[in-house]
Design a protein around this ligand. Structure first.
Ligand code: AMP
Length: 395
């Protein structure tokens, strides 16, 4: 049997995992699953390729560490003869230091802990995933794959805030996120449309978290997210672009504490805050509330603005790609964005868009518009296979 690689993506209320076979061309998915509902009603979901998905309840009050132990126990039970050769982890922040995946040792782990203040809502869970995996498989290489790494080569003007330069030197910069998704899409686009993939491409990763990335020659040039995962587009519950003066006002004049402000910006804003209905695009699209429509209009408006800005950064647009939950499955959002950018040379094929086809631009469109499913797990598996130096089986 080919080497098996596990990927772990430990978030605040879920731990997603997948099992891949290391093959010469591209990692082959064997199983995907997750422990979801941590902190509420935990469930264990497993989706074995070619079989029916299954789900079972787990004991309440399950910690992240116990969830991870549960996942490894299941893998060992389901594949007793298999050898786990490496474990790849999604880590949200690699700071200034990590511009590529790394094998985790004690020193790396300490460095990653130092980035917790940069991503307090995600990094601790990611590190708990690494610690839990080290405990279960102490002799198996653990590879950290970063959401920030793909963006580390940005020019100063796309990396800096106009604060005193000492802040830039200290590392208070525009890091950007969703890098594993963008890297995967950049690779896919080389297969789907190799000519345009070499030019200026904007990828719209529109999910619960949302951002845009401008690529040139498959490399990240600029992105809408910055120092934190709050900047740029409005998201399910995060505010996106905001005047920092407004934050000062809330702190000074409304007497908000930093904790209250953090909760407001990360949990109560975005589509949820604007609509008062839901953070979830499907719910908004099926709602009759005028404020749900207003939230959708705001979302589309900001995406158009950011695409126009990023087009200027890369000096013209050769292809636009939609990905992630909303990008892959919402014809309404894509239509709003593409039709609003007609002046740029984009034209929609309404039928292809309604079908979520992989090419949704019309033959009149000067610029092709693609819908491409992202696969961050496969990207983690690919990095893990390469970094851990695993032998790969032919497909
Ligand atoms: P993700 O974070 O990538 O899983 O994306 C989650 C978002 O995708 C949520 O806002 C969902 O409502 C949205 N989504 C998923 N399916 C659809 C759909 N068919 N139409 C509109 N939005 C969708």
């Amino acid at each position: 049997m080919a080497d098996l690689v596990v990927t772990l993506n430990a978030g605040s209320s879920s731990v997603k995992f997948a099992l891949f076979a290391a093959t010469a061309e591209w990692p082959r998915l064997v199983v995907a699953g997750a422990v979801e509902g941590l902190g509420a009603k935990p469930r264990f979901r497993v989706d074995v390729v070619g079989e029916k998905a299954s789900e079972r309840k787990l004991a309440a009050k399950l910690t992240h560490r116990k969830a991870i132990a549960e996942i490894f126990k299941w893998i060992e039970g389901a594949y007793p003869a298999a050898t786990i050769s490496a474990i790849g982890h999604r880590v949200v922040h690699g700071g200034l230091r990590f511009s590529a995946p790394v094998i985790v040792d004690a020193e790396t782990l300490a460095a990653l802990r130092a980035f917790i203040p940069l991503a307090p809502l995600h990094q601790p869970h990611n590190l708990a995933g690494i610690e839990g995996a080290c405990e279960a498989f102490p002799h198996v290489p653990q590879v950290a794959c970063f959401d920030t790494a793909f963006h580390r080569g940005h020019a100063f003007v796309d990396d800096a805030y106009a604060l005193p330069y000492s802040y830039y030197e200290k590392g208070l910069r525009r890091f950007g996120f969703h890098g594993l998704s963008y890297e995967y899409i950049a690779r896919r686009l080389r297969i789907i449309d190799p000519i345009h993939a070499e030019g200026g491409v904007i990828v719209a990763h529109l999910g619960n978290g949302a951002s845009l990335c401008a690529l040139k020659g498959g490399r990240s040039i600029a992105t809408s997210m910055g120092f934190s995962a709050l900047e740029g587009l409005p998201m399910g519950t995060r505010c996106g672009e905001i005047d920092p003066g407004l934050l000062l006002y809330l702190l000074e004049s409304e007497g908000m504490t930093p904790e209250e402000l953090s909760h407001l910006l990360y949990e109560r804003s975005g589509l949820l805050g604007l609509s008062g209905v839901s953070h979830d695009m499907r719910a908004l699209e099926s709602s009759d509330e005028p404020r749900a429509d207003a939230a959708i209009a705001y979302f589309i408006h900001r995406i158009k603005m950011e695409i126009a800005a990023l087009t200027a950064v890369i000096g013209g647009l050769d292809a636009l790609v939609f990905t992630a939950g909303i990008g892959e499955r919402s014809p309404r959002i894509r239509a709003g964005v593409v039709e609003g950018l007609g002046w740029l040379g984009l034209a929609l094929d309404a039928t292809a868009n309604a079908r979520n086809d992989s090419l949704i631009s019309s033959t009149q469109s000067r610029i092709p518009v693609f819908v491409t499913p992202t696969d961050e797990e496969a990207m983690i598996a690919r990095h893990t296979i390469e970094i851990a130096g695993l032998s790969v089986a032919a497909r």
